[in-house]
Write a protein that binds this ligand. Structure first.
Ligand SMILES: O=C(O)CCC(=O)C(=O)O
Length: 326
């Protein structure tokens, strides 16, 4: 059943029927309508949330759950435009740099591209080579590196986890009541239009009780969430730029996939006003945060995201109290 639905959305020759895809904005616009999802609120309205640059105040966040997939939550774009720019730039300029690991094959790409993909892409003048370099980037791994063959994490294959991303996840995990979440592994997925990710479960982490945080930027994904087996019919939802999807509890080990990316998002190229008090947030790359507000600096990132989607998928690997893998 999962694979049949996946193929319906992935189909290349025709436009698929999107009438069943859950749109969270539509639910907010028509709360009376019988829907597969509903908006929920948390009892933490009174918490004195500290400001986090690039995020709207948690009081303004809108959180949705799917009625037939307990444990799956979507916080609908809690980022400001400035915040989205920052995370997109981190995923393109910084996260693919060594010592993080990228998918680029050593037979097809020089060490220079494999160690600093974005810099080499910006410096490449030949249009067809530029296209080849741009389209080849599909994933980079941070922290404990995901092993795509064995699916087993290894204590000897890890790089430092970025402090800014870890702090971002800490904020979302405390908001949802998971005070002890630790960001220990991430996959950043890059999706050019026409690409997809087939059905799978994320079970490599010894810790299945901690939630998984997934951030979407750029073009919209059709995301499928199914059950523990491929027999169960999945539900399709839109994941739009800025959305934060959380897979916790029952949904943490469920099949999921991205059959299609649709081009819906036009990010502004204008300069943005700068945010104040950034010096209190030393864990961010403050220079980058300021630079992306500038139209010229932002332009190459904006051009990349005009026909691509980026997803950051963050997991806790270790069980509570463990300091390393056994
Ligand atoms: O791109 C997404 O939204 C999902 C990515 C994913 O499932 C994964 O990295 O395991």
């Amino acid at each position: 059943m999962f694979k049949t639905v996946f193929k319906q959305y992935k189909v290349k020759s025709t436009s698929p029927d999107l009438s069943e895809v859950v749109s969270f904005d539509e639910i907010d616009d028509n709360p009376e309508k019988d829907s597969k999802a509903q908006r929920i609120s948390f009892n933490n309205e009174d918490t004195n949330w500290s400001e986090f640059p690039g995020l709207k105040s948690p009081r303004a966040w809108r959180t949705f759950v799917l009625k037939s997939h307990p444990g799956l939550l979507v916080i609908r774009n809690p980022f400001t435009d400035h915040g989205q720019r920052y995370w997109i730039a981190r995923c393109l300029r910084d996260y693919p740099r060594a010592p993080n690991i990228v998918n680029l094959n050593e037979r097809l790409f020089d060490d220079s591209v494999r160690c600093d993909w974005w810099k080499e892409l910006q410096e490449c003048k030949d249009p067809s080579e530029r296209h080849r370099i741009k389209a080849a980037m599909r994933w980079t791994t941070l922290g404990y590196h995901h092993d795509w063959d064995t699916k087993i994490y290894n204590e000897h294959s890890k790089s430092p986890f970025p402090e800014d991303l870890s702090r971002l996840c800490q904020l979302f995990s405390s908001y949802l009541g998971y005070q002890d979440f630790r960001s220990e592994a991430a996959i950043v997925n890059y999706y050019p239009l026409g690409s997809s990710l087939s059905g799978h479960t994320d079970h490599s982490e010894p810790n299945h009780l901690a939630p998984l945080f997934s951030f979407s930027f750029g073009q919209t994904a059709i995301f499928l969430i199914g059950g523990r087996t491929l027999e169960e019919k999945p539900t399709a939802i839109y994941l739009e730029s800025g959305d934060v999807l959380v897979m916790s509890g029952e949904s943490r080990l469920c099949y999921h996939a991205v059959p299609r990316i649709i081009q819906t998002t036009n990010m502004s190229t204008d300069s943005l006003p700068n945010e104040s008090k950034l010096e209190n947030f030393k864990f961010l790359d403050i220079d980058l945060f300021e630079q992306v507000a500038d139209s010229n600096y932002w332009q190459p990132f904006c051009s990349y995201i005009a026909d691509s989607r980026i997803n950051i998928n963050v997991r806790q690997v270790l069980k509570p109290g463990d300091l390393k893998l056994n």
